[in-house]
Design a protein around this ligand. Structure first.
Ligand code: PEP
Length: 246
């Protein structure tokens, strides 16, 4: 983990409140350090309050389009203007519930970078894909969609989050060895195109990370931190996870 700066990101999904922004930002401001980036992804309406709290902020998704007649969608430039710096693209809940394809995710990635937001590209296989031995094939296709659209250089100003779908919100975590194997696969795949870029690329693990399992996961060579769902809603758990990434 030492060659790259650690990152711990918290995805609040459709949870949270102004009160939680206050509670969580107070707790994070106590554990912040130069060695690590901590970023929270609250629902859109809480983005300005999170930015004002001093915690690095991201949005959970973004429109692939420029402003226009897209009711309910949110433009990347607006997210940037509000002071957010990151955006999640291709979270498995967006892929499965809102039918986002690899191609759509690549368009969102492109639009985010166009305005200067850093995309966190979420990738990962479903339970049946894992059982059928398709993990590498699925993850490779999700990453290739971005490389085909934008070239490998676009990954330089981005983060990848490996989140096996079967581990998200289920309490089932990939073992540190299992996660490391996929992270290494991702880094080697990108290194075959640009080895410097691959060595500098932050790759997060996500899927039922908590304060008990984070330390061993983050100790793996190719795991640079975590994308945390449920445990990012509890100040004590989230800050303990942050401390384990130091
Ligand atoms: C997530 O939402 O990205 C996630 C990893 O959730 P959880 O930590 O709850 O599994």
């Amino acid at each position: 983990m030492a060659i790259r700066k650690a990152m711990v990101a918290g995805n609040w999904k459709m949870n949270g409140s102004l009160e939680l922004v206050k509670q969580m930002s107070d707790a994070i401001n106590d554990v912040k350090s130069q060695e690590m980036d901590i970023v929270l992804f609250p629902p859109f309406p809480l983005v300005p309050a999170m930015v004002a709290s001093g915690v690095s902020t991201g949005a959970q998704t973004v429109s692939e389009n420029t402003p226009g007649a897209f009711t309910g969608e949110v433009d990347a430039q607006l997210i940037k203007d509000l002071g957010a710096t990151y955006v999640l693209v291709g979270h498995s809940e967006r892929r499965s519930i809102y039918n986002e394809s690899n191609a759509t995710v690549a368009e969102k990635f492109a639009r985010a970078q166009q305005v200067g937001l850093t995309p966190i590209l979420c990738v990962g296989e479903s339970e049946s894909e894992q059982e059928n031995g398709q993990t590498e094939q699925v993850v490779a296709a999700q990453i290739d969609a971005v490389i085909e659209k934008l070239g490998v250089a676009a990954l330089k100003d981005s983060v990848i989050a490996y989140e096996p779908v079967w581990a998200i919100g289920t309490g089932k975590t990939a073992s540190p060895e299992q996660a490391q194997t996929v992270h290494k696969f991702i880094r080697d795949k990108i290194a075959s195109l640009d080895s410097n870029l691959a060595q500098g690329l932050t790759i997060l693990y996500g899927g039922s990370v908590n304060e008990k399992n984070s330390e061993l996961l983050f100790a793996q060579t190719d795991i640079d931190g975590g994308l945390i769902g449920g445990a990012s809603l509890k100040a004590e758990s989230f800050t303990a996870i942050c401390n384990s990434a130091k």
